[in-house]
Write a protein of this length. Structure first.
Length: 261
């Protein structure tokens, strides 16, 4: 039994916000769908210690889209960390998403856990890649931060997800990533987004989890691109100081998300 109170975090991903709050992506009003998630997070606010945003926060990479994100997150007043995805503009994010409760830090400690956030995006490309410099930094942070249980997050999945069209845009150098993780057994969880669906895989002692998007969902195990009619969602974690963890995915009703384009 876990006797110590855990750190509670929410992973929120692939919000795909735009410069215009009225813009729809494949018929989905992404601002409205994200607002439904925000409303649910407000209900959970007192029990949440931090938010982790795992990329594709913008759908158009504009500064305005990040300002919209900042304005939507601000009422929550929850410490928030983020990393970029393939649709993002990392430079604009660094400028805008570093104010108040939103931090651009990529390595931090909370509740007896270490967190390391990686940029796996490749300019102008959909797939992911971790350059040698990033892997060296990961290795050195894991050494510096020490033996506390650790979460590593990135946007792209380091595994195929049994979906041919999505599997062309996963992380291209997973073996190099795994080689670093294998040297640091304190890593317990690797979290990612990109695939707009729930997914879980275990490799050695590390669990790899993805989270549904806050907007459209991709049908799992589909060889081609198919929109799934499941609701927008996010993921909750309870992280215990002894390295144990629990996680659940929440889906949030959104009556206006599935109206006509
Ligand atoms: Fe993505």
């Amino acid at each position: 039994m876990n006797q110590v109170s855990p750190l509670s975090i929410a992973q929120v991903t692939d919000t795909h916000l735009f410069a215009s709050e009225h813009h729809k992506m494949l018929g989905m009003p992404t601002t409205q769908s994200f607002q439904t998630i925000i409303e649910r997070l407000k209900q959970l606010r007192t029990e949440l210690d931090l938010l982790l945003l795992t990329g594709d926060l913008s759908g158009d990479g504009t500064p305005e889209s990040y300002e919209n994100l900042q304005n939507l997150l601000n009422p929550l007043q929850i410490q928030t960390y983020w990393l970029p995805g393939n649709h993002d503009c990392a430079i604009a994010m660094d400028d805008i998403l570093n104010m108040g409760m939103i931090s651009r830090r990529k390595s931090f400690q909370r509740g007896g856990w270490n967190f390391i956030l990686l940029n796996s995006s490749v300019p102008e490309c959909v797939h992911g890649y971790l350059p040698g410099k990033t892997l060296d930094w990961l290795d050195s942070e894991l050494k510096i931060l020490g033996n506390n249980p650790t979460v590593v997050a990135l946007h792209h999945p380091p595994f195929p997800v049994n979906s041919a069209w999505l599997d062309t845009s996963t992380l291209k150098n997973p073996q190099e990533f795994f080689a670093v993780l294998d040297r640091h057994p304190q890593v317990k969880l690797v979290l990612f987004g990109h695939i707009h669906q729930e997914f879980q895989h275990q490799r050695h002692t590390v669990d790899y989890l993805s989270t549904p998007s806050t907007c459209i969902q991709f049908q799992s195990k589909s060889p081609t691109f198919v929109i799934d009619q499941q609701l927008p969602g996010f993921r909750l974690f309870k992280l215990y100081p002894n390295g144990m963890w629990e996680s659940t995915v929440e889906r949030v009703p959104c009556s206006e998300c599935f109206s006509k384009c």
